[in-house]
Write a protein that binds this ligand. Structure first.
Ligand code: SF4
Length: 488
């Protein structure tokens, strides 16, 4: 194995990278609140914040409640044009003094850093997630990577405190090769951690699509050369700046597929609301064509068509359900129906995580389930693939069902129950399919809100230990550690 500090490209990798073309993009980004405070934003954008909002946000500057030190403000021209007439979209990117009223929450939601064996990589399942960049073209106020984007210091399990680092090709590929070689030598599972092959990687951040084509291509090729079988690109760029999905980017993907046809490629898009994809009249009605089909925003429709027409990659959507943005069954119904009609797949909707200031954004778990369930009434089977997921420390967990009726004979179920089901579990997913049943708590926004009403827990959501070493899988042993115990 080469030293982690040196990375040697193969001939085919070098040839692929030499074929990549770059382009210039004019996102017309407004960075921070200062352009609004100092009247330096373009004249037509100045009214995005009214005078009262500017005065209040200015007063908070430098205080504990400074909204920008929690989460930097950023906006593209394309997204502004959508947001200026859509209250839901405004709430995604427009800073509000209310968001720092209560700063309860964790800087490392779900103790993700427990699963980071190398800086910039989370290795929790047979899939790894990488932070390849620490910004996006615009910033969502509810972002659960706010600690990465705001470059905050994070306390790790070993007590050290430092900013989350970004992934680097030499270190990451060395780790993948070393892990997978040990798995291979040991007959399919890692001798220390019991994990299987690390076969899938999600490029995340921040948004990988803010990197230039060459940098994205370098990651794709390096991962392919390391034996990764499937790569996902997690991005909200099609909402913020769909023009980024241009000829040069698409040709880079085509060339990658020619050179590495065996590697699966998945575009994981992030649309919260149909206003991000659909064209509207000045009266804010969605525009229909002569056949009654809803019309997409031209640039977004073109970007989507260009991706889905490449049958060797998949295009999927996943988004959290956030208060005031998309806690609306009708909006989610349109989003799921349109996304599927355009050839995409509805993957997950998420319950908000316990980020700092989560109370300003999170929808109670039971309500989020109700909204998604209502949104799927009247949709076809292929339109309703999305599930409601909540990311527990142990793994990805589905909010599977909420009942209004008690379960006969089950004490504690008098007001109905919530059923959680583990979908993905660290390591070889020994707990997949196991459920946990709790008595209802309509105000619950996180697992600890059910701590006093656990009725059945074969999934071990309330009975687990933290991993002692990054790369290991957690065991069922210690008492439940309430997530909010870490909150400020
Ligand atoms: S696009 Fe994703 S990573 Fe970027 S700010 Fe929004 S939620 Fe965070």
């Amino acid at each position: 194995m080469s030293s982690p500090n040196e990375y040697v490209q193969t001939d085919r990798e070098r040839a692929f990278l030499e074929s990549v073309e770059e382009a210039r993009y004019e996102r017309e980004i407004i960075n921070g609140l200062a352009p609004f405070f100092n009247e330096k934003a373009p004249a037509d954008m100045m009214s995005f914040y009214n005078n009262d909002e500017v005065v209040t946000l200015k007063q908070l500057k430098g205080s504990d409640r400074d909204v920008e030190s929690r989460m930097p403000v950023k906006l593209t021209r394309h997204y502004y044009e959508i947001a200026k007439t859509s209250p839901s979209i405004q709430r995604i990117v427009k800073a509000s003094p209310d968001e720092t009223n209560d700063l309860a929450g964790s800087e490392d939601p779900g103790n993700q850093m427990d699963y980071s064996p190398v800086e910039g990589l989370l290795h929790k399942y047979e899939m790894g997630l990488m932070y390849v960049v620490s910004t996006c073209s615009a910033h969502c106020r509810f972002c659960y990577r706010e600690e990465l984007i705001a470059r905050k210091e994070i306390q790790r399990q070993d007590g050290t405190v430092k900013k989350k680092g970004l992934a680097k090709i030499p270190e990451i590929t060395a780790y993948i090769r070393e892990h997978n070689e040990a798995v291979e030598r040991n007959g399919g599972v890692h001798p220390d951690s019991g994990r299987e092959k690390l076969r899938e990687i999600l490029l995340s951040g921040g948004d990988p699509m803010v990197l230039n084509n060459g940098k994205i291509a370098a990651w794709l090729a390096a991962l392919a050369e390391s034996g990764v079988e499937s790569i996902r690109i997690g991005t909200k760029e099609m909402a913020f700046y769909p023009q980024r999905f241009d000829r040069t980017f698409l040709e880079m993907l085509d060339r990658f597929h020619e050179v590495y046809p065996q590697v699966g490629l998945h575009m994981m898009l992030h649309f919260e609301h149909p206003d991000e994809i659909l064209a509207k009249t000045p009266d804010q009605e969605y525009i229909k064509d002569e056949h009654g089909f809803l019309q997409w925003i031209p640039e977004t429709g073109a970007a989507m068509r260009n991706l889905v027409s490449r049958g060797w990659l998949t295009v999927e959507n996943q988004a959290p359900i956030i208060r005031g943005i998309n806690d609306d069954a009708d909006a989610l119904r349109i989003l799921q129906r349109e996304f599927k009609r355009a050839g995409g797949e509805n993957h997950y909707f998420f319950c908000g995580r316990d980020i700092v200031a989560y109370k300003a954004f999170n929808v109670p778990i039971e309500r989020a389930w109700q909204i998604l369930n209502d949104s799927q009434k009247g949709l076809s089977g292929v339109e309703t693939h999305a599930r409601l997921s909540i990311t527990h420390y142990k793994g990805k967990t589905e909010v599977n069902a909420v009942t209004n009726e008690p379960i006969p004979g089950l004490k504690g179920s008098e007001n109905g129950v919530v059923i959680f089901k583990i979908l993905r579990n660290a390591g070889p997913a020994p707990d997949r399919g196991k459920v946990c049943i709790v008595g209802r708590n309509p105000n619950a926004v996180w697992f600890n809100d059910y701590e006093d009403r656990v009725l059945f827990d074969e999934a071990g959501l309330f009975d687990y230990a933290r991993v002692s070493k990054p790369g290991q899988a957690p065991s069922k042993a210690a008492a439940f550690v309430p997530q909010q115990a870490m909150c400020r």
